[in-house]
Write a protein of this length. Sequence first.
Length: 258
Amino acid sequence: MMSESGIKATSYGGGVNWNPWHGCHKISAGCMHCYVYRGDGRHGRDASEVRKTNDFYLPIAHARNGSYKIPPGSFIWTCFTSDFLLAEADAWRSEAWRMIHERSDCDFLFITKRITRFTECLPEDWGDGYQNVSICCTVENQAKVDERLPVFRAAPIAHKMIVCEPLLERIDLSPYLGEWVESVTVGGESGDEARVCDYGWILDIRDQCLAANVPFRFKQTGANFEKDGKRYAIPRKLQHAQARKANINTEKQIFNQD
């Protein structure tokens, strides 16, 4: 649907979707059945080809009356068809940061599997972090928890969230949870080739979050869901709804993207 400003609203809770570049490279187990690769594959495109998009300057685009097309106070979901810290985007990122800084009247959020590149990718004026930027570090198994979360915890970022999606095994976040984490979001894997996500793993992470007083969100079941030893094939249209029916969130869920 279209917002009053003329910007196309997304299914991501009504915010604006900004993809300054498109395409990515698979770097870990969580990338195996990437939704961007699936989507591009359906249209005969190569998702490993990284390209700057026509929407690159969307945050600072102006309407005919001179105002920004994206109104102040908007929430901007950033780089969801790539990774904001992707090496192939190094030449474009400084300009993207400049626009994010210019639009300090809006909030930006991106999810990354490349938090280990974070210090290489910062603008000179970053300091302790832009207050209008939230960064989510994604972890899918224990190996990536132990590799990425120490780096994420130490990074100068104003707003930090952990995303366990696709969750591929039982993981222990407890050594890393604390006041620095604003929330943990958990979900299974979508698509016809989805790997199993066990409800027991999800409840275990919830218990870890409760113990650390960190807000928890069960985003979606994934397509291949297991509960109490029984396997369920969950249609895509029901995966978010089934997660909501579990009624185990400790804070309102904000992630509704595919």
